[in-house]
Design a protein around this ligand. Structure first.
Ligand SMILES: C/C=C/C(=O)SCCNC(=O)CCNC(=O)[C@H](O)C(C)(C)COP(=O)(O)OP(=O)(O)OC[C@H]1O[C@@H](n2cnc3c(N)ncnc32)[C@H](O)[C@@H]1OP(=O)(O)O
Length: 260
């Protein structure tokens, strides 16, 4: 059985399910390689409009596989550094997709599993899901950009608390503290996430891709944002989709975008 399930909807929605439920979707070398190859394939596919990531069974992901971690102490540090960079980059290649990505955190998201969720553009969680980054409580330095992703999303106060104590927070608390976009009762999570994905997919494809890329770039200052927007906005001004969007607004109907 594949450790990563890939389901494609007719409307350009791709659902990715980490599929190792008996180990709470802990990440193996095999799963990492499947993820990397899938990201490369999705990046080339112009029909993809939105990617949703979730976990099979009761967890989103328990992060790094504990048995795998326990065997690393025989490897020399330089080789391990290269291997870890490859591991982080494989998973975080999700950030390079030009289409919006959504994490549906259906259950525990731990360590690298939490980082994967936070690397998506939008994060929705079951209100009772446990989110934690217990690296130091395991004796491990944080990895997979935890020291960047946590403060970037929720600010340094929560990031410091989570990384220095290893404390778990619930999906509900994560919503209140701004770590995730919203939380829902677990039974409603996938319905709510599908609704958000549907809203994204209904919008103009090129404008959506360019907006995702702009937000992901995280323009450091006003001038950088203006320079990007002064190029990207004219690209969409020249599109058939803008004409369709304006016509639909005039005619009070739903636009039919084609991505041209
Ligand atoms: C480079 C990356 C580093 C990192 O990511 S550091 C973080 C490493 N991860 C962890 O420390 C998480 C450890 N796991 C847990 O805390 C819990 O699990 C959960 C909260 C995720 C889920 O709890 P529950 O639903 O009660 O499941 P359960 O009974 O603890 O586990 C079910 C089976 O799954 C295996 N398992 C859980 N997490 C991992 C893991 N990270 N790597 C390998 N196996 C894991 C267990 O051992 C057990 O197995 P069996 O049924 O044979 O007893």
């Amino acid at each position: 059985m594949s450790e990563l399930l890939v389901e494609r909807g007719p409307d350009g929605l791709v659902l990715l399910t980490l599929n190792r439920p008996d180990r709470r979707n802990a990440m193996t070398d095999g799963m990492t390689e499947q993820w990397r190859a899938t990201m490369a394939e999705l990046a080339r596919d112009r029909d993809v409009r939105c990617v949703v990531v979730t976990g099979a069974g009761s967890a989103f992901s328990a992060g790094g596989d504990l048995s795998w971690l326990g065997e690393r102490n025989v490897e020399p540090v330089p080789a391990l550094r290269d291997r870890m960079l490859e591991f982080y980059r494989s998973w975080l290649s999700v950030t390079a997709l030009e289409v919006p990505t959504i994490a549906a955190v259906n259950g525990p998201a731990v360590g690298a599993g939490l980082c994967l969720a936070l690397a998506c553009d939008l994060v929705y969680a079951a209100d009772d899901a446990r989110l934690l980054a217990p690296f130091t409580s395991l004796g491990l330095h944080p990895g997979m950009a935890a020291t960047h992703l946590l403060p970037a999303r929720a600010g340094v106060a929560l990031a410091r608390e989570m990384l220095l104590t290893g404390r778990a927070i619930s999906g509900r608390e994560a919503e209140i503290k701004g770590l995730v976009n919203r939380s829902f009762p677990r039974a409603d999570l996938m319905t709510e996430v599908s609704a958000v994905a549907g809203e994204i997919i209904r919008n103009a494809p090129v404008a959506t891709r360019l907006t995702k890329v702009a937000l992901a770039a995280g323009h450091a200052d006003l001038e950088a944002a203006l320079r990007w927007e002064a190029l990207a906005q004219p690209v969409t001004m020249a599109s058939a989709d803008l004409m369709e969007g304006l016509a639909a607004r005039r005619e009070r109907r739903v636009p039919k975008f084609t991505g041209s």
